[in-house]
Every structure is written in structure tokens, then in C-alpha cells.
Design a protein around this ligand. Structure first.
Ligand SMILES: [Zn+2]
Length: 377
């Protein structure tokens, strides 16, 4: 064993023992928050600057995704952006926040109406009386319409169905199509099932809290020596996405306009989203914090997303000119592969293309055709 190997083993033990101690103390404190330990969301913390942190959920397979939570510590108070899917996810984040600052959270920004970004509001509001929750005007309208329907009905329905499917798959060891599930995946599924069940119980008891302050185009807050800007840039991942910009620090908090390492397509792909991304690109920033996934410290990933959207729209336009008149014909001509080949010409995009959700292009085509049918293009 060479010296490098032995020192890395030593490092492994140090880190491992530290994490065991840390987990033990967290287990004790978490019980005091009143939320179940079973489905606790654990986070990794990235120090963006001495006063700005990304609280990023550690992957939890087979459960509904929860958002990044961003902490901005000001001179006398703090701002948090997004609050997680569940009250317990918010409680887990608050535990992390309290290790980083004892200043009160004065502002909570909700970037958009998807439940993984705002359903934790109730926990923050309870923990920090006087909290002001901010969203764009369109964001609030969407929370009060779509968000409330999801919080009160759809999540429960979806999660119960998902739970039932996983339960059957775990007990039979195969998918509904009869494909054998690998032992490793089965083990993950069995660990996830009780967590998913606890998530469902939490969803049943949600007491959704809406934003209290809205803005139309933009809003500037002064918090001690810090300037905080909130902007609405147009239709994107939803109709009401807000971004946060810290001009002195040159940091963008992008919500799900940017998701790393692969964008989400939940029926929003459009020319308008592309235009909004170009407006985002015009900001002078050094750090971009996505709605999910790692901190980006340059423009490359955003450039890749812009190129990806442009290429899908360009190839679809060409397919239409070549006679593709329905969704199936378009999907024959424009595929994950045709898009990958076109973008693969840019060496700097290669690593992102490997991570691109293989269903993204197909879903984007469905959305575009849906919008054409609905007369939105
Ligand atoms: Zn999200």
C-alpha cells in the first residue's frame, strides 16, 4: 500500500467517524422538532461565500424530489429562498440554518408554485414569527390556484399510487412489465417504502401557507449592507418564476429555470422559456445556484441549456417544414440522439449531454405540440 492509499484510508475513517457522531447528535435533536425521524431529509451544505449557503438535499431515491434551499445571512437577519416539499424537509433545513446563524429569518422567497419549493413555508412561518414570504405576482396566483390543488389533492393521489406500485414491485421483485429488478435497486426500494409512507402522512396534514408580499417585475430589498433584488423575467419553467440576484456578490438564485445536471420538463418547454433564459444570461454573475443540483461557477451550463432549447426548437421547425404534422412524426425526426449529435459538436457541452434525461426531448416535443393545439404558439 503506498503512502497515498494509506492516507486516503485514514481520511475515510476520520470523515466516517465524524459523520457517525454528527448523525447521532442530529438524530437526538431532530426528535425535538416533532417530525418523524423516518423520512427526515438530510442535506449537504455548500459554502458559496462566508454568508451565503446552499442547503442541498442528499438524493433520496424513490421519493418525490425536494428543492435546494438557499440561506443568505445579512447583517441583522437572513433571507431563505425556497422551503422544500414537506414541513419535515423545512425542519431539517432549519436545523442546518441554526448551525450557521442565530439571526432571525426575515424573508422567505418562493421561486415558483411547484410544491417542492413552497410547501415547507408553514414550518418556517411557525419557527420565525413575523416572517415575510415573497413571490412574483404570477407566482402567488399560481400557488393559490395550481399549488393549492396539488397540496390538497394531487400529491396525495400521486404518492399513494407511486407507493402502491413500488410496494408491488418490491414484493414481486419485478416491474409491471415483468422486468426483473436488480438486487441493489430492490434494497433501495425497500429502504424508501417506509419513508414514502411517512411522506404521504405529512402530505395529508399540510397546512399550506401562501406568500405575503408580491412584485410585478422586480423588487429591491436593502438588508443592512446587502442589496437583494428579485426579478420576474417572463414565462419559463412556470408562468411565474422569480429569481434572486445579489448584485454586489454577483450571485443568481435561479429556481427551476435552471436545474442541474438535467433540466426538468413538466409541460413548460417553450420559446418563451428560451427567451427568459436569455434574459437570465444577461445578468452579470459569477455564481448561479440552481433550483436543484450543484452550484455553477460559470456561464457554461446556462449556455448549454440555451443551446439545448434552441436546437430542439430549430430541429422541430425543420421537421415541420419537412412534413412532420403530428407528434409521432416529429418524434421520428427529432430525438435524444439527433439533439445529442448536434450539441456534441461543442466539446464543453459533452459532460452535460451524458446527464441529459433521455426523455427530455420527447417530453419537450409533446409540450410544443400541445401548445400548438391550444393555440399558444
Ligand atoms: Zn423543483
Amino acid at each position: 500500500m503506498d503512502k497515498r492509499n494509506s492516507s486516503s484510508i485514514l481520511l475515510f475513517f476520520k470523515v466516517h467517524i465524524r459523520s457517525i457522531v454528527l448523525h447521532f447528535s442530529l438524530a437526538l435533536t431532530f426528535l425535538q422538532t416533532g417530525y418523524s425521524q423516518i423520512n427526515k431529509t438530510t442535506y449537504s451544505i455548500t459554502e458559496v461565500t462566508k454568508t451565503i449557503y446552499l442547503i442541498e438535499p442528499i438524493d433520496h431515491d424513490y421519493r418525490w424530489v425536494t428543492s435546494n434551499i438557499i440561506l443568505v445571512i445579512n447583517d441583522h437577519d437572513a433571507l431563505v429562498v425556497d422551503s422544500g416539499l414537506l414541513p419535515s424537509a423545512a425542519a431539517g433545513a432549519i436545523q442546518e440554518i441554526k448551525k450557521l446563524t442565530n439571526k432571525p429569518i426575515k424573508y422567505l422567497g418562493n421561486t415558483h408554485w411547484h410544491g417542492d419549493h413552497w410547501q415547507g413555508n408553514e414550518t418556517f412561518a411557525k419557527e420565525y414569527p413575523g416572517l415575510q414570504i415573497i413571490s412574483s405576482e404570477r407566482g402567488l396566483a399560481s400557488i393559490n390556484r395550481n399549488g393549492m390543488i396539488w397540496a390538497n389533492q394531487f400529491y396525495l393521489r400521486f404518492l399513494e399510487r407511486i407507493y402502491k406500485n413500488f410496494e408491488t414491485e418490491a414484493s414481486t421483485g419485478q416491474t409491471a412489465d415483468g422486468v426483473k429488478i436488480e438486487t441493489e435497486e430492490l434494497a433501495k426500494m425497500k429502504i424508501a417504502l417506509p419513508k414514502l409512507k411517512a411522506d404521504i402522512e405529512e402530505i395529508k396534514n399540510l397546512k399550506p401557507v401562501s406568500p405575503t408580499i408580491t412584485f410585478t417585475e422586480n423588487l429591491t430589498l436593502t438588508a443592512g449592507s446587502r442589496e437583494i433584488q428579485l426579478h420576474y423575467l417572463g414565462i419559463g419553467n412556470t408562468v411565474g418564476d422569480a429569481i434572486v440576484y445579489l448584485p454586489k456578490e454577483k450571485i443568481i438564485i435561479a429556481g427551476d429555470l435552471v436545474v442541474y445536471p438535467s433540466p426538468y420538463e413538466s409541460g413548460a418547454f417553450s420559446k418563451e422559456w428560451l427567451e427568459t433564459m436569455k434574459k437570465l444570461r444577461a445578468f452579470d454573475f459569477q455564481v448561479l445556484i440552481p433550483g436543484h443540483g450543484e452550484v455553477q461557477r460559470d456561464y457554461v451550463y446556462l449556455d448549454y441549456l440555451i443551446s439545448l432549447f434552441e436546437e430542439i426548437l430549430r430541429q422541430l421547425d425543420q421537421a415541420y417544414r419537412d412534413g412532420a404534422s403530428n407528434i409521432d412524426e416529429a418524434r421520428m425526426k427529432v430525438t435524444h440522439e439527433t439533439i445529442s449529435v448536434a450539441l456534441g459538436k461543442h466539446a464543453e457541452f459533452e459532460k452535460y449531454l451524458k446527464e441529459l434525461d433521455p426523455t427530455f426531448v420527447s417530453k419537450a416535443i409533446r409540450t410544443i405540440f400541445q401548445r400548438v393545439i391550444e393555440g399558444k404558439l
